[in-house]
Design a protein around this ligand. Structure first.
Ligand code: FAD
Ligand code: FES
Length: 286
């Protein structure tokens, strides 16, 4: 279905928020699901997590980072513009239950993706501790919104401009240590760059803490037909778009995921250069 943009915000650091009118998606959305959008007939399909929704207004909120051709093109759209195709909600909803104490980690744009999960887990009466991290303070997304929901929110920045100077994984290790004598941590959920999710899995595995990650594999159709989003879970091939995007982190073959994402880098770079040439932008930042 077509979606009309009714709100657009520049969140800084090439991050944008758009609120899009898509009543059919807004009325069926559950935390953990995503949409695949296409801006025009010639555009490629890109998957974006639904960061928030309002079923009364019939809108969904998408937060994205303009990293390549399609996301940069999306960033040029303004309030009143339409997105040609908006398909969803796709993927399996997150498993939401009363688990106890949960640590939710979001890295980079993964912070926007983990926000609806935090909301759903808090509503299900869990004690949610959030860790959010970015390269620098100005790139931290939804800090106020996440802090308002979470029992405790820890911030980490690579350059030390806010919170812990270093990675979210270091904060996770400290928290696991801190809570080990008070019933521990029952679950960890992490969304962010694959290297971050892989590191989280490595930290929680020896503690036997159930850990869930949301995988950002390359997707085309989003309906299980093309096979481009295949991942290996416990040695078995799964399709992220229909079997995921969330999986047990301790069973994910992260090496395969990371190398598949690398495979398309050259083509993506060419597409971006071509797009910037058409737009008359002389320098390519990649
Ligand atoms: P490109 O130059 O094509 O790619 C830039 C990088 O994005 C690549 O290095 C690659 O790792 C990744 N990528 C490229 N194409 C795809 C694709 N079709 N599917 C997945 N990853 C791709 N990004 C956000 O900013 N916000 C979100 O909420 C968000 N949610 C996502 C949810 C899911 C289920 C998945 C699979 C990905 C999500 N992404 C999200 C990543 C987003 O889809 C990519 O950033 C986008 O497709 C990049 O397209 P591009 O043409 O701008 O850049
Ligand atoms: Fe085509 Fe998943 S995106 S099978």
């Amino acid at each position: 279905m077509t979606g009309r943009i009714i709100v657009k915000k520049d969140l800084g650091g090439e991050n944008y928020l758009i609120e899009v009118t898509t009543p059919q998606i807004a009325s069926r959305f559950k935390a953990g699901q995503f949409v695949i959008i296409r801006m025009d007939e010639k555009g490629e399909r890109i998957p974006l997590t639904v960061a928030d929704y309002d079923s009364g207004k019939g809108t969904i909120t998408l937060i994205f980072q303009a990293v390549g051709k399609s996301t940069r093109q999306l960033a040029t759209l303004n309030v009143g513009d339409t997105i040609l195709d908006c398909v969803g909600p796709l993927g399996k909803p997150s498993e939401i239950g009363e688990f106890g104490r949960i640590i939710c980690l979001g890295g980079g744009t993964g912070i926007a993706c983990i926000y609806p999960l935090i909301k759903a887990l808090v509503n299900a009466k869990n004690e949610v501790i959030s860790i959010i991290g970015a390269r620098t303070a100005s790139l931290l997304l939804l800090e106020d919104e996440i802090s308002a929901l979470s029992l405790r929110t820890c911030v980490a920045t690579d350059d030390g401009s806010k919170g812990h100077h270093g990675f979210v994984t270091e904060v996770l290790m400290n928290l696991l240590d801190e809570y080990k004598n008070s019933d521990g941590v029952q679950r960890v959920v992490a969304i962010g760059p694959p290297v971050m999710m892989k590191a989280v899995a490595g930290i929680t595995r020896p503690h036997h803490i159930k850990t869930i990650v949301s995988l950002n594999s390359i997707m085309l159709d989003g309906t299980g037909m093309c096979g481009s989003c295949r991942v290996f879970i416990d040695g078995e091939m799964k399709l992220t778009c229909i079997d995921g995007p969330e999986f047990d982190a301790h069973k994910v073959n992260f090496e395969d995921l990371i190398s598949r994402l690398e495979m398309f880098k050259e083509k993506e770079s060419e597409a971006l250069k071509h797009y910037l040439n058409i737009k008359g932008v002389s320098k390519c930042s990649r």
